[in-house]
Ligand binder design. Structure first.
Ligand code: ZN
Length: 241
């Protein structure tokens, strides 16, 4: 069984479609999404419909909860707040319900999945370094936990009581280790690489691969400019920040 794990789509339809196509081409049999389906981009309805079409199982991100009225978003950036307000009015009622009903975490036989971290999943605190990773490693009951939220792909490795960070895009899993894999962002990468990011996981081969996928950035930018969303949300896509 090969899985594709995607996250932080942020209403970017072109990036989502490019990633889903690649995942299928790579033989992914099941696709999971780690939240932040909406916010920032101009196609929230279309993105949710695309996920439903491909039977993608999702957990909630902070933007999904903010739009659904389940999270105070006063502390979001100006453009983040504007995007939440815009998305609330643009979303179909049924899609608002869809976001409201998302759980904060999920798992299958091979992995844990959550938007930010396992220890306080409803507080959406970034998990970036080894100190922040300790509690999530402690709570994991699978070998691998997949996360998103920071929009920066990386893997934290728990080996012999030590936690190290790997930026490698291909990792072979060792039996005795545990892994927290940040899959990066489909719709708004922030690591200086504008290509959409997602992860392939093959438990039989014990292999994880972070993939970067080109998509039609000018088309996505055009839809943001035409929507009335803050223009900075379009500009940042071409630099990946
Ligand atoms: Zn996000």
């Amino acid at each position: 069984m090969r899985y594709a794990i995607i996250s932080d789509i942020h209403s970017n339809l072109e990036a989502l479609q490019a990633v889903l196509k690649d995942a299928r081409d790579q033989g992914a049999r099941r696709i999971y999404c780690l939240g932040d389906i909406v916010g920032y981009g101009a196609n929230p309805n279309e993105c949710i419909e695309e996920l439903e079409k491909y039977k993608v199982q999702c957990v909630a991100g902070n933007h999904d909860w903010a739009v659904a009225g389940k999270l105070n978003y006063e502390h979001f950036t100006d453009e983040g707040r504007a995007a939440i307000d815009w998305t609330k009015t643009a979303l179909k009622i049924s899609h608002l319900e869809y976001l409201k009903n998302l759980n904060l975490s999920m798992q299958n036989d091979d992995m844990n999945m959550v938007h930010a971290n396992l220890h306080y999943p409803d507080q959406f605190i970034y998990l970036k370094d080894s100190t922040q990773a300790q509690d999530t490693f402690y709570l994991m009951d699978k070998k691998v936990c997949f996360i998103g939220h920071t929009h920066v792909p990386q893997t934290l490795v728990f080996q012999d009581g030590m936690i190290t960070i790997s930026k490698l895009t291909e990792i072979t899993l060792l039996r005795e280790n545990k892994y927290i894999v940040n899959v990066g962002s489909v719709g708004q990468p922030r690591d200086g690489n504008p290509f959409a990011s997602y992860c392939l996981y093959d438990p039989d081969l014990e292999r994880i691969q972070i993939k970067r996928i080109a998509y039609d950035i000018p088309l996505t930018q055009k839809s943001i400019y035409e929507s009335g969303l803050p223009t900075v949300l379009a500009k940042r896509l071409e630099v990946g920040e």
